[in-house]
Design a protein around this ligand. Sequence first.
Ligand code: TRP
Length: 454
Amino acid sequence: MNLNETKARDQWGSKIGFILAAAGSAVGLGNIWKFPYMAGTNGGGAFVLLYFGLLIIVGFTLMMAELTIGRHTQLSAVSAFKKIKSKWAWVGAIGVLAGFLILSFYSIIGGWVIRYLISALSGSFNTTDAASLGGIFEGFIMSPVQPLLYHAIFMALTLGIVLGGVKGGIEKYSKILMPGLFIMMIVIMIRSLTLPGAMEGVKFMLVPDFSKINGTVFLAALGQVFFSLSLGMGTMITYGSYLSKDENLVNSSFQIPLLDTAIALVAGLAVLPAVFAFGFDPAGGPGLLFVTLPAVFASMPLGSIFGIVFFLLVLFAALTSSISMLEVVVAYVVDEKGWDRKKASFVFGAIIFLVGIPSSLGLGVWSDFTLIKDLDILDSVSFIAENVLLPLGGMFLCIFIGWVWGLDKAFKEVTNDGKIKFGLMHVWGFLVKYIAPAAIFIVFVQGILALIRG
Ligand code: TRP
């Protein structure tokens, strides 16, 4: 396969293949692992409300923006900017850097999932006791070697799929497993919602306490929108570049965020009610999923089987996301530096693995070491990537479309030269050109000020 030539560029085998792969990139640990615990630490309903607001103003807008640029240029992130205006290539480069950093710790969490899958297979989810489940989790993540082994396995799996190429690798897996994950999550959600005391958690998640809203929570919600939808680093540019010219961009730009958000909400309603029912701490942080759901499995008939299937599906969801991140980095060196795809995948897979190691050690043996304020290494890398690089990448992308490339050209691409009716086209244009970049800027500055002051 030669990605350098536009004509020879791989395209999606089917429309549903693209939707599922792009949704596969979006749906991942961000929805299932991160959304519930971010809601938990950032005041529940207040966070969810801000998430929705930013999803509407920034999420949909940028999804369409990225897919549009990708399909127009048929190139990956950096090259796409270059083709339109070479001075702007650095925006794509911010994205590649973000992807590189995110994958480095994403793979560690992916490793945790593998570890929990193995626990599920060996039938060890048989307690609902908060203290002992918490102890198991801490003992695991703080140990120096074990998490790194799983981190290595996760990266190796990611690499294996990326080496399979676009169609063969990504599309095949998403088609079967995404719907499976969704069904599974709904079953778990129903179990959680019917636990005694679950309503407390539902209230916590859905009724906003406005006093909880501040600059920090705002920026956290913004980062979560970017992270969960795979925006701001050119993933969707790259995916859009494999999209054929008669595909309906408008529909895809709505369907992907809706599906992504539905899964995040279901995950939230699977985790948070159980948190309250079993007496876990909603602000417990990154371990929330891993301590809570084993308790849910322990309290359902055939729970151990559910546990196995659940962690297996989460692993696949994580992989369809991690491959999209490695894909961005690989596509960059293939398109820009003319590297061989195989070599690029191996070299960057290995480097990203190494870069991730300190994040894992920072949870245990290096936990005294903080990079930003009181944040450990993983949280610091995640802050830089999600709360700084992704929003800035997204903001500059909007400015680029609105002010450099020009809305008229964007409109032409979005509507397939006027063939597709898009009633909200001018609303989208207004959002891209003015509202979204301004909103990102304000939330970003507020959040950084809060960090400096707090
Ligand atoms: N969206 C994915 C998730 O929710 C993670 C992800 C994949 C991502 N590709 C990305 C995040 C690009 C930011 C940018 O798990």
